[in-house]
Design a protein around this ligand. Structure first.
Ligand code: FAD
Length: 446
């Protein structure tokens, strides 16, 4: 292991105030905020940008974060597909429900965007560079050591050479790869959300017209899985299928592309949406994608975005959570640098508290989305305008809604929980009755 016999880092020997592992949205956001605060920043990025990334649908709350990061003109220049709402459709098309972000006046700017991540992530990274951060692409972080005086990071550069840098703090924004959590055993899988996703991009998918043209479409499945249909441009669409792991509809020997296309053919609504669309490139798979972490940081490091925790993407929260954590990490590290101290207990508690609270807020929506009664409620929500408005606030990415909204959301989850308990209770009662009446005996056993 590197550094074992090396002397501790001397404060004066820092080459950078902060090293960031990963140049995705979390890393770029942190680097932009730190550079704008006058700190020296090094971003180590394993890939060369532009690189493929899943996760294209953003939320209106991201606009607030873009403003905070001074990114308005960068986003404007991307000329992205506007998204005014989300349409939920049942597998056979008999149930439909649409939310528009303008339903609630709590959503100040009721429009979001869909982005092609390879292009969007590169835009953010180049902007961080323009703000002063140094970016090394093709640089895979390999080892790190932190002590009283700072952090040393070893990375392998594009030529395969090992390089060592010394800095004050390390921000891990390495995404689902989890540079620090792998090394420190921090990751905690979310047992309730064991899903698998298969996805690809298509050309020629049938589009909605009018204001709904830019909606993300969510098609629900009987097995509690769901599809996403995200319009990226006039012709290109991201299509994904999420399945509960136990109900994995994949067949032995079938490729991701074959499963995706077969499942689409089996669903009347997906058959209609895909029509004669053509799959572009390859179909990909991501499994077990929800997890938390035992800790979000230490005296010299913090875990950002997906490197810390990740939540099932049904409500498109990933990029927003990544940007938020990047900004919040930059705030804590800037303060520590200016006060010439490590990240103290107060800063760690504050950073960790924000990440945990936000994750828990959205997790409630996600876990409920996998309950039949919540889905029924969603499809019937048009009858309850106040509930709809409350849901819209949360689904627009506002994780600190007004008290009135919080109370309504609390009522929704309370009711869903109660219904779930009641239906479990009645299932047990009918099982008990069946037992007393004598269980039905399968044919052929007499
Ligand atoms: C199936 C699926 C669908 C999703 N859909 C959505 C959606 O619609 N909307 C949404 O908002 N979010 C969505 N997400 C989530 C979203 O993609 C992520 O939350 C977001 O990309 C997190 O940003 P990040 O910066 O933390 O990590 P990333 O964007 O993953 O960036 C991490 C970077 O670190 C680099 N890296 C990794 N290891 C190293 C290393 N050792 N050294 C150097 N660099 C390294 C990687 O190359 C990468 O560029 C989805 C996720 C999944 C899995």
């Amino acid at each position: 292991m590197l550094f074992e016999h090396s002397p501790p880092v001397n404060h004066n020997s820092w080459e950078y105030d902060v090293a960031i592992v990963g140049g995705g949205p979390a890393g770029s956001a942190a680097a932009t905020a730190l550079s704008r605060a006058g700190k020296s920043v090094l971003i180590l990025e394993r890939d060369r940008f532009p690189r493929f990334h899943v996760g294209e649908s953003l939320l209106p709350m991201s606009n607030v974060l873009f403003r905070e990061l001074g990114l308005e003109s960068v986003i404007e220049a991307g000329n992205y597909q506007e998204k005014h709402g989300a349409s939920f459709i049942s597998e056979c098309g008999e149930k439909r429900y649409r939310i528009d972000f303008s339903f609630s006046d709590e959503v100040e700017e009721p429009v979001a965007r869909h982005v092609t991540r390879s292009e969007f992530d590169e835009r953010l990274l180049r902007n961080a560079e323009k703000c002063g951060a140094q970016v090394v692409e093709g640089a895979r972080a390999k080892e790190f050591q932190s002590d009283e005086n700072g952090v040393r990071v070893e990375y392998v550069d594009a030529d395969g050479e090992a390089v060592e840098v010394k800095c004050g703090f390390l921000l891990d924004a390495s995404g689902r790869y989890g540079f620090l959590s792998r090394r420190m055993g921090l990751r905690v899988p979310d047992q309730e959300l064991k899903m698998v996703a298969l996805f690809a991009q298509f050309d020629g998918v049938t589009r909605e017209q009018g204001v709904t043209r830019g909606d993300i479409r969510i098609v629900t499945r009987e097995d509690l899985g769901w599809w996403w249909i995200i319009p990226l441009s006039d012709n290109r669409t991201s299509v994904g299928l999420v399945l509960p792991k136990g109900a994995d509809a994949r067949r032995k020997g079938e490729s991701a592309e074959e499963t995706l296309l077969r499942c689409a053919t089996e669903s009347p609504v997906m058959r209609e949406i895909l029509g004669a669309a053509e799959l572009v490139g390859e179909a990909r798979v991501e499994a077990d994608f929800s997890y938390g972490t035992r800790s979000y940081g230490g005296e010299r490091f913090l875990l950002l975005g997906d490197a810390g925790s990740f939540l099932d993407p049904v409500f498109s929260t990933g990029v927003e959570l990544a940007l938020q954590s990047g900004l919040e990490a930059a705030r804590e590290v800037t303060e520590a640098l200016e006060q010439e101290r490590k990240l103290n207990r107060r800063s760690l508690k504050r950073f960790e508290g924000l990440q945990r609270r936000r994750y828990a807020f959205y997790r409630r929506f996600v876990t409920n989305f996998y309950k039949p009664f919540f889905r029924d409620m969603l499809f019937g929500a048009a009858e309850w305008p106040r509930i709809t408005r409350a849901m819209v606030v949360a689904l627009a990415g506002y994780d600190r809604p007004k008290l009135r909204t919080r109370l309504l959301l609390w009522w929704v989850f309370f009711t869903v929980g109660l219904r779930a308990r009641q239906s479990r209770g009645s299932a047990l009662t009918s099982a008990g009755t069946a037992d007393r009446m004598g269980s039905p005996v399968p044919d052929g056993t007499h």
